[in-house]
Design a protein around this ligand. Structure first.
Ligand code: SF4
Length: 217
């Protein structure tokens, strides 16, 4: 099968017309998440199906189709070169508070800490986030709220995450703002594009956690 592929390049790039001359980011973290940092025909991810994404998604094009490939463009994800996008802003947000500081030691007995089933399910839904950044790339505000909400929510719902919940919410939101991500205006574009189906319910939980944290200062 043959496709026509239009690839975005920098103005000063040497137009040799071969893929191998392009800088390209290979860090697709699960092979299903859109982490190649590309818009394919204007979409940051692909069809609304968790098992098809841009590389696999391309296989759904009809032979002879013209496919346009561009790097994600969002203020906090600067383009390094051609199709390579710098997403280390997500790592910095995680370093600000996306963890729990406990000694893990050896594994505890199962069910040592009882967690209501619904809370465990919601936490796992949020923890499914793979940190790809498709939510930011598709948001007209360049907001990272869905990503931050997934991290804050997955820990806030569990007893292990409660002791540092306030500090975590404050620190991660502050870092997100510092790095230049935009604000959420509830367009739900992030939810539509997320390959792991993280929902904006988690943004509502993040907002509650953040408000509680500010009142507890
Ligand atoms: S919330 Fe979804 S789209 Fe955003 S980083 Fe996580 S997996 Fe990717």
């Amino acid at each position: 099968m043959e496709y026509n592929v239009k690839v975005w390049r920098q103005k000063n790039a040497k137009a040799k017309g071969h893929f191998e001359t392009f800088a390209f980011d290979h860090d697709c973290r699960e092979g299903i998440c859109g982490a190649c940092s590309l818009y394919v025909d204007g979409r940051a991810h692909g069809p609304d199906d968790a098992v098809t994404t841009c590389q696999l998604f391309m296989r759904h094009f009809k032979p002879g189709a013209t496919i346009t490939v561009e790097p994600w463009r969002s203020g906090a994800f600067p383009v390094i070169k051609d199709l390579v996008v710098d997403r280390t802003a997500f790592d910095k947000i995680m370093q600000a508070g996306g963890f729990i500081t406990v000694r893990t030691g050896s594994a505890q007995d199962g069910n040592n800490i009882l967690i209501p089933h619904d809370d465990a399910e919601l936490s796992m839904d949020a923890a499914a986030c793979v940190g790809c950044g498709a939510c930011v790339a598709t948001c007209k505000n360049g907001s990272a709220m869905l990503f931050v909400a997934a991290r804050v929510s997955s820990l806030a719902l569990l007893p292990q995450g409660r002791p540092e919940a306030a500090r975590r919410a404050r620190a991660m939101v502050a870092k997100m703002d510092e790095l230049g991500f935009g604000n959420c205006t509830n367009t739900r574009a992030c939810e539509m594009e997320c390959p792991k189906h993280v929902t904006i319910d988690h943004i509502a939980r993040l907002n509650r956690e953040y408000l509680k944290a500010r009142f507890s200062e």
